[in-house]
Write a protein that binds this ligand. Sequence first.
Ligand code: ZN
Length: 479
Amino acid sequence: MIPLLRSLIAGFSLLALAWAPLPAQRTTPAPAPVGVRPIDWPALAEETTRIMAGYLKIDTSNLPGNELAGALYLKDVLEREGIEAQILDTAALGTGRANIYARIKGNGSKKAIALVHHIDVVPATPSFWTVPPFSGEIRDGFLWGRGALDMKGHGIVQLMAMIALKRSGVPLNRDIVFIGNADEELGSTGAVVFVRDHPELIRDVEYLLTEKTLNDVRDGKLVHFSIGVAEKRTFWQRLTVQGVPSHGSMPTKQNPVPRLVAAVHRLATFETPLEVTPGVERYFRDIARTYDEPQRSWLSDVRRALDDSTARAWILDNSTWNAYLRVTIAPTVLAGSNKTNVIPPEASAEVDVRILPHHNRDSVLAMLKRVVNDTAVHFTTLIEPKAPLESPLESPVVRAIERAALERRPDLFVTTPLLNGATDRPTYQAAGILTYAVDPFLVDVAEDRMGVHGNNERISLENIGFGVKYLYDILRYVQ
Ligand SMILES: [Zn+2]
């Protein structure tokens, strides 16, 4: 433990240097309420690292998931703190699978806030990794392992922030609910079953914090903190064309392949309408300050910029921003004949369609059919979109995150990037809970891209210490 402690301390002082704002800009953190026991932050960081390493050692690759083992590990940590935990839903989810639920009580004067993470991870191929993906090894100032970033590391930070609040005796107006779900990475059945079968456990939950948004760190420099208010929704389609099989040496008009290709081409080249949602509008306005003119003016009023051809071309050239502003359509899978000289009876394509937070699936489907403009092309929905998801830009959660972030870096700002991917948030939002994504870490964008669903996923020890204190403050300020 001594080398770990030493690297932690070294990590913290490096961090302090790297982030040191101008002293005059530093705001004074709120004084701790009377009766609150002080927290030994370096010791808590070390404890969090140890517990996280144990969690990463449990292989919860989905499939099969094996979340029950992860849930039992969390239950053990919670019960050592005198927090009762329930292992749930194995019967509904299948052998070896589970959700976990626990709660610490506030005084009940305000509604509860939930911390939600998923216990499962995507599989890892050990041969591509520097250290075995389920070793929980600490090396070079990092804790390595599948799930360190997505999102078992975040889950342990949630757990330890909650435990720290209980230990320190901070007065709570809101209960804090801790939930770990199975199967986020594949079918989302964990969250779906939990919300469906245990409405009584979340009836009083007003707000929820979970993945996935990224504080923007580039080349080791933090640009801004992030709050996720909204996300895109998957609406995958399969296009099928029937034809008449025959020999490739004597082509006929009933070959389904060219007909399908024409339909796919029309979809792929169609310019879907541009729409500016509230979180995206704020995001562009907030980041405008980090650009020079004319981009600064364009971003500060993105609606107007989209009417200007030069500004629009510049904005849409960024594939992330392009996806923020419209339905995206990406043809990916193609199937026709498996022999060059055989015209097949059927050809099909799969298309990754992603709709904006507020879109209606029927009108999007009608648009796709209009674009294809061929009744021989049959559409099948492979994945129905989850519930619409855009949380208010103004709320106690947003204010708490802003306060905690700006205390750390008063020279920066907090903003609301859209998530182009998908999480379990809509499942909870549909149950009447306002959900937000928060990122407890400051991980370089390049590091995140490498590790999340990739190889050598890892989290730095200084980030673990940062994360648990950041989330502790957010939970304290949201009271
Ligand atoms: Zn995730």
